[in-house]
Design a protein around this ligand. Structure first.
Ligand SMILES: Cc1cc2nc3c(=O)[nH]c(=O)nc-3n(C[C@H](O)[C@H](O)[C@H](O)COP(=O)(O)O)c2cc1C
Length: 149
């Protein structure tokens, strides 16, 4: 079984709720995942895992959360070749740059060599109704795409 890690930032709990649902999906698919908040880890922790999921809300004018900045910069020093990855996060469509932090993370992981195995999952505020199932499916599909890594 591949070693998976999910690292996220959440200020008001929406991205955290997505993380919990994604984790449930991973577990329903028979996987296990280490879950951490971004401010409790250094980017080089990714060296220990084959599957990487990053989640962030968007801040400012389409920016990463402040607590993601060091981690994001440190990704520059890593090679993620051979790893599978996916990204998610909550945003708000009243802002012009909806969920832009999710795109920034997607681009950076891809640039560092990770294979992005799922489309980014962006939700408006907290996951509701069918969106909760979308989050669980994201977790299940991630496990499916990392089998055999
Ligand atoms: C000052 C401020 C700036 C924000 N800027 C954006 C933005 O540019 N794009 C976006 O999609 N959401 C933006 N948001 C909305 C948050 O990303 C949204 O509320 C999100 O659900 C917060 O997630 P969290 O509960 O995980 O912290 C902003 C919110 C605040 C308070």
């Amino acid at each position: 079984m591949s070693k998976l890690i999910l690292i996220y930032a959440s200020l008001t709990g929406n991205t955290e709720e997505m993380s919990e649902l994604i984790t449930s999906g991973i577990e329903e698919a028979g996987g296990t995942v280490t879950v951490k908040m971004v401010d409790e880890c250094h980017a080089d922790i990714l060296n220990d895992y084959e599957g990487i999921i990053l989640g962030a809300y968007t801040w400012g004018d389409g920016e990463l959360p402040d607590e993601f900045l060091d981690f994001y910069d440190d990704l520059e020093e890593l090679s993620l070749n051979g790893k599978k990855a996916a990204v998610f996060g909550s945003g708000d469509t009243v802002y012009e740059q909806f969920g832009k932090a999710v795109d920034l993370l997607h681009e950076k992981l891809s640039e560092r060599g990770a294979e992005m195995v799922l489309e980014p999952l962006k939700l408006e505020l907290n996951p509701s109704g069918d969106e909760r199932e979308l989050c669980r499916a994201f977790g299940k599909n991630f496990v499916g795409s990392t089998v055999g890594v």
